[in-house]
Design a protein around this ligand. Structure first.
Ligand code: F6R
Length: 242
């Protein structure tokens, strides 16, 4: 794990863009793992600019998103599906058939999970995985717990995650209580990982990640310590307790 510190949100977005632009130019058929949330929005804007400037071509790129709420229609404005189309896919030339987002709908969510893992495996695995970090140390929706599941699974969201994510909904009762998330196995098998963190609210989790050595299910991001090619990009506020 290496980390770099930039001045602010624009700085981390630009640093992440440099990695992505270089990677996509060298690997035109790359498989990207993608995150939702506030943190990647700056990077996504720059990727859209890169496409519009003809610097980047997404026609052969495939993507797998980390997670999706259970029970929300993909067209619901708060679904991660809608988020991704609004903030990235609608503005670049990625082929819709190459976009993959777990489905939190249907009778048999376990089947959806197995199917998602099968698709990731048959694509050859994720080349470049983008992660954010929860204030509680979650990555994707692998929430702190006594034990964690390796593969894509249904998870009960922690009350604090529901509270943090309620900012996107009319009120916290509207936030789904469950999500489908990639497990640590899919994340750690990624050939390269970039984790972005911005703002003082992330500082405690970042300090724990970088200063401590323990790997623990109660702090899921700590599993990144076993990954050999992870870059953490922080702004000064997220790095303020280092
Ligand atoms: C989103 C995801 C989450 C977020 C994390 C940080 O797909 O997997 O783990 O990355 O909750 O969210 P933001 O960026 O909104 O602070």
């Amino acid at each position: 794990m290496q980390y770099i510190v930039k001045d602010d949100f624009n700085g981390i977005s630009a640093a992440a863009y440099d990695i992505y632009a270089d990677f996509i130019k060298k690997n035109s058929g790359a498989i990207l793992g993608l995150a939702t949330g506030s943190t990647p929005i700056g990077l996504y804007k720059l990727l859209i600019d890169g496409y519009k400037n003809k610097e980047l071509d997404f026609s052969q790129i495939s993507s797998f998103n980390l997670d999706e709420y259970v029970g929300l229609d993909p067209k619901n404005e708060n679904s991660y599906n809608s988020f991704m189309w609004k903030h990235l896919f609608d503005h670049i030339n990625i082929r819709p058939e190459n976009v993959h987002i777990p489905s939190g709908q249907g009778e048999n969510l376990k089947n959806n999970c197995r199917e998602y893992d099968r698709l990731i495996a048959s694509s050859g695995g994720i080349d470049l995985m983008l992660l954010g970090i929860g204030e509680n140390g979650h990555i994707a929706f692998n929430e702190p717990a006594k034990s964690l599941k390796a593969n894509t699974h249904v998870v009960n969201l922690c009350p604090d995650t529901i509270e943090v994510n309620s900012r996107f909904f009319d009120n916290s009762d509207d936030v789904p209580k469950q999500a489908i998330t990639m497990g640590l196995s899919q994340i750690l098998k990624s050939k390269r990982i970039v984790l972005l963190a911005s703002g003082r609210k992330k500082a405690k989790a970042i300090a724990r990640l970088i200063k401590e050595e323990e790997i623990s299910c109660s702090f899921p991001v700590s599993f990144l310590r076993v990954h050999t090619k992870t870059t953490i990009i922080l702004d000064k506020e997220a790095a303020s307790l280092l």
